[in-house]
Design a protein around this ligand. Structure first.
Ligand SMILES: NC(=O)c1ccc[n+]([C@@H]2O[C@H](COP(=O)([O-])OP(=O)(O)OC[C@H]3O[C@@H](n4cnc5c(N)ncnc54)[C@H](OP(=O)(O)O)[C@@H]3O)[C@@H](O)[C@H]2O)c1
Length: 355
């Protein structure tokens, strides 16, 4: 076997910059020797999440390691495995999981401490070593670019829709998605593949038709219609429903008020993101939840078991991730960050990594 790399190139974030100037290429990132349960992979594609731009901009509300290798979502090929690895072999297509040690059940303090691209070095590099527990083998139907979109964005949407026993999405249910970002588009794709109905919002006229093309039953422009939650509820009631059984809450404090207007009695609001900023600006809380008679649940990505379930569902239903038409090369990673920040994309923003 050819000798394995001892160093690799990848990006790091200098957090003190407070801007994308903090992204710097490091050509000498050490590649550790393989332990018995370790797997060396060659990364082929990385996709960006809002979290990845929030970190260098110092907008991320959780601790970030100084000089971290960014990004949680990527896919690659196994280059070599440690002596005790049985489930993977050289040449297998894999994704590192967002939480490196979270097989099933509820996220614990310990499993949460194993997240990639913030607390621990992530995937925006050419090679990386992971414990076999932190890798998932991919089916053949997904390209490397498509697979790179799954570990955080897709799994979060999956967990929101299917993660609570007794509240899993069913055919005929209504889902409300906010904006056309990564998590929301996956929620739309999964819901339509199951035979559920979707009200999608967007702030961009040009994206309205594209959301309809993906199957959205109603699209509301949240900039033109600030009471979009109420409009969604009225529409669902006209169709004989009682409101949205699932709300994909990615806006945060600024959108929660309308989410509570849209949700069905006993429906589930999945609190996922903070895209709208304005932390603490609008206070929705106790009485609003009480009056809406709904369930409100914070979602933290998902487990490896949920990842496997999601892959089976995608294969069975033919669900393919939407990748934006503009794909960036490794050298142009900063441009990809700027492109995501400008929010003109439709589908996941992907960076390809050459061999
Ligand atoms: N809790 C978790 O486990 C978890 C996991 C993944 C993501 N997140 C969080 O969830 C949020 C979404 O992440 P993402 O990666 O999917 O984001 P993203 O792909 O960057 O989404 C950006 C899009 O969101 C829409 N948007 C922006 N501001 C909005 C607002 N005020 N109201 C409604 N839509 C708005 C816009 O869509 P239009 O252009 O169509 O308007 C924008 O293009 C982020 O806050 C992220 O940190 C949390």
């Amino acid at each position: 076997m050819a000798s394995l790399p001892t160093t690799t190139s990848g990006y790091r974030i200098d957090l003190t910059a407070g801007s994308f100037d903090g992204l710097r290429l490091d050509e000498t990132i050490p590649v550790p020797e393989l332990g018995a349960r370790d797997v060396l992979i060659t990364l082929q594609a990385v996709s960006l999440n809002y979290r990845d731009i929030a970190m260098p901009l110092r907008l991320y509300p959780a601790y970030t390691k100084e000089d971290v290798v960014p990004c949680s979502d990527g896919s690659g090929i196994v280059l070599a495995v440690g002596s005790e690895v049985k489930a993977l072999k050289a040449g297998d297509k894999v994704c590192p999981t967002f939480f490196q040690d979270f097989e099933d059940g509820y996220a614990t303090k310990e499993s949460r401490a194993t997240s990639l691209g913030g607390l621990n070095d992530g995937v925006l590099r050419k090679h990386a070593v992971f414990n076999e527990k932190g890798l998932i083998k991919l089916p053949d139907f997904l390209s490397a670019q498509e697979a790179s979109t799954l570990p955080c964005a897709a799994l979060t949407a999956w967990n929101a829709l299917f993660g609570v026993e007794g509240r899993a999405l069913k055919p005929g249910h209504w889902v409300l998605t906010q904006g056309s970002g990564g998590v929301s588009l996956f929620a739309l794709l999964f819901a339509k593949a199951l035979g559920a109905n979707v009200v999608a919002t967007t702030g961009e006229k040009s994206k309205e038709e594209r959301l309809k093309d993906l199957g959205a039953d109603l699209v509301i422009n949240y900039r033109e219609n600030p009471t979009w939650g109420l409009t969604a509820k009225e529409h669902i009631e006209k169709q004989g429903g009682t409101g949205a059984q699932h709300v994909i809450e990615v806006g945060g404090e600024t959108t929660m008020e309308q989410s509570l207007k849209a949700v069905a009695p006993e429906g589930l609001i999945s609190i996922i993101g903070f895209l709208g900023g304005g932390m603490g600006e609008r206070k929705t809380g106790f009485w609003d939840c009480f009056a809406s008679a709904c369930l409100v649940r914070g979602v933290l990505v998902g487990s490896k078991k949920q990842f496997r379930d999601m892959l089976s569902f995608m294969e069975e239903k033919g669900v393919r991730p939407v990748v934006d038409e503009k794909v960036f090369t490794f050298e142009k990673a900063r441009e990809a960050y700027e492109y995501l920040q400008a929010q003109k994309f439709f589908g996941k923003v992907v960076i390809t990594i050459p061999e």
